[in-house]
Design a protein around this ligand. Sequence first.
Ligand SMILES: [Zn+2]
Length: 483
Amino acid sequence: MVAVSARAQSVSTLPGITAGLAANSLKADVSFLASDALEGRATPSRGLDIAAEYIAAQFRRAGLEPAGNDGFFQTARYLLVTPKSDGLELTLENGTALPAARNTLAVVEPAAVDLSHAAAVKLTADNAASLGSALGGKVVFVEVPDLARVRSAERQKAADEFNRLRSAAEAGQPALLVLLDPRTNRARETPPQLRETGAPLRSPTLRVFDPAVRAAIAAAEPGPLMMTVSARIPEPSATPAAVRNVVGRLPGSDPALQESFLVISAHYDHLGVGPEGAADRIFNGANDDASGAASVIEIANALAALPEKPKRSILFVTFFGEERGLAGSRYFVAHPVVPLEAVVADINLEQMGRTDDLQGPRLRQFNATGFDFTTLMGPFRQAAEEAGVRLVKDETNSDPFFADSDNLSFAEAGIPCTTLSVTYLFPDYHMPGDEWPKLDYQNMAQVDAAVARGIWMLAEDPQAPRWNPDSAAAARYARVRPH
Ligand SMILES: [Zn+2]
């Protein structure tokens, strides 16, 4: 019944949505956000700050209400922690000394530690529960599964098992956690990390690629090891950094539904500037994800311009730090600007402009991650039809890519969500060549019009979106927020 009434209204009010989504407006947004002047919008950087100011200015133009904690900004304070690789050491001592080769050590958690002849434990899925309390002050070894050798259907399970084991190891507060990586590639320089100010420190953690060290631990019985370990992680340098999510609100027109919120999101950060030497060092991130941020801006503009506002409130959010482990969306969910229980869904937008997917052209269509995880696809399928485009399911990538963008932060809080995209893998993905002239803005405007329609339908529907109880893959998220 609800869908029928929404469709009836759509005839009178929805032409405005299409009119509000001009290809040239999208091009203006993307060409600025992805310009060389913004230097690839690394988190943190001056280019990122300028992008945030631009997005806030566009939210003002659209007439959104500021919904951050500082006007349109939600400011997060971090330390930028830079590990030092000079002086890294790990040596197994079992009668003779077996030092890890220098270029096989990478810092995962840069916290200083200096151990000499410390007791060591080999932790496995079988002994983690019984040994948990005996790990304090020791060096704990955990083997990383070789995911490249695991059948793709088993990969998620293997990754989950490893994550559980790592969490169990950290809960035991070891002096040092050592991840034994089966790959033999050399350790690369660890990039600086964002650490939320005041957040508890994680255990110092090293990743080791040395085959001799891995073999020595593999040969040992699980549990307390008949060897000692000396190790050193030098004190990292730390500098304060403030970064911002940008948050605008379109208040709902219905007195009951205006206290509940749809989140429409995209990340506005990218990878910054690459190392010296290359002719083009700027990672412009036009499709990834200036196109998503531009879509959030113009969809906000189109919906705010409708003569009759949608019933449910909508939060338009652009995140910092997606390229740094979903930092901005994790921050948003951990420090929500509205009660998290009132957020009914997150519709996240990524890679909306390019149509040259590696699998072939993607014209007048868009994909969704976690296609069967939620009830969200119904409205978007109908909206796509009405806007003359198609919602398609990418059978290979729909499920695995669900965990690869900011929607995951919402999923882990139990909030139904998806990421909508035109392309998944395209030629310049995470390369300096991801530049604004390569986007198809006509196609983008047409797809965004469909997305805006779908959002409008979700905002009109008093029934909140739900997780699909028949989806086994969604069960872990559905458990967090039962209906
Ligand atoms: Zn992205």
